[in-house]
Design a protein around this ligand. Sequence first.
Ligand SMILES: [Zn+2]
Length: 84
Amino acid sequence: MILLEGYVLGQDRNDMNVVTHIYKGDFNDPGLPMCARGWNRANGKEYSIFRGNVGNVDVCRVCIRRMCAGKPGIKSRKRKTKWL
Ligand SMILES: [Zn+2]
């Protein structure tokens, strides 16, 4: 997978066995995730990631597709998350 310029990978800090999402930003400011599941904390209000890291499974297909299509990042919305 080629990560386009202006994007950064973000691995869930609590679970290395979930897909890595892509964030539209850079290492200092990851910005918005490219899919809603990138909001992995606080019921979709926050995220906690290892920037620039990939875990034990692949990168999120939805994020890859949206990045390649030049789509915008996803604003936070309420959704159930495993971690608060
Ligand atoms: Zn994703």
